[in-house]
Design a protein around this ligand. Structure first.
Ligand SMILES: Cc1cc2nc3c(=O)[nH]c(=O)nc-3n(C[C@H](O)[C@H](O)[C@H](O)COP(=O)(O)O)c2cc1C
Length: 190
């Protein structure tokens, strides 16, 4: 006998957030330079690898994001993938502020965009396409330059709080992952 799982179509946004908060993500800071050459950026969990060929990524800024308005003008951005030592960096970039870079050391990428020191890695991108996503934009970017990869643990975001992995080595669940975008193969995982 089959049993219908319990579900409700009568939910509010708090319940929707709680449900979506069960999905664990990494944390990035997406940066660019404004017209005056000042660094801007915001913490972003809605980042993912999208396509291998061509190399595309995706992220979703709120329509009210001030950083997005600058990225929209410059047409390029740098995704910094945070390590578990950078919770304070996430907090600084995850709240409104005029000088988020005050306590953050950064170096310019080849295109001059802010690369945050000690991030696990970074990828410099051009904005390829923007589509509507409710109260967010859906931004597709084309990867132009990859940074070096540091051997450190990622910062994770789960149920509205920060987590870290205990063990950096993860065993993949299945073998047929060759074409899966974030599969790096064999022992090169970490
Ligand atoms: C861990 C974390 C993840 C976040 N993810 C996103 C996100 O995916 N998209 C988004 O628009 N804001 C996200 N935020 C919120 C923005 O970082 C925050 O609203 C910030 O103040 C926006 O700054 P801005 O207006 O300078 O762009 C996140 C915040 C935190 C702390």
């Amino acid at each position: 006998m089959t049993r219908t799982p319990y579900g409700s179509d009568d939910f509010d946004s708090r319940q929707f957030r709680t449900a979506m908060g069960q999905f664990c993500t990494g944390v990035t800071v997406i940066t660019t330079l404004d017209g005056a050459g000042a660094p801007v950026g915001f913490a972003c969990q809605s980042f993912a690898a999208l396509s291998l060929d061509p190399p595309l990524v995706i992220f979703c800024p709120m329509k009210t994001s001030r950083s997005w308005k600058v990225i929209e003008q410059t047409g390029n951005f740098c995704v910094n993938i945070l390590s578990n030592r950078q919770q304070d960096v996430s907090a600084a970039f995850g709240a409104p502020g005029d000088d988020k870079f005050r306590n953050v050391t950064w170096d310019p990428s080849p295109a001059g965009l802010p690369v945050i020191r000690h991030a696990l890695t970074w990828v410099e991108c051009d904005v390829e396409r923007v589509t509507d996503g409710g109260d967010h934009h859906i931004v597709i970017g084309r990867a132009r330059t990859l940074g070096e990869v540091l051997q450190d643990k990622p910062l994770l975001f789960y149920r509205g709080g920060y987590l870290s992995t205990e063990h950096p080595r993860v065993t993949p669940a299945q073998a047929e992952l060759e074409n899966f975008l974030t599969w790096t193969g064999g022992d090169t995982w970490l």
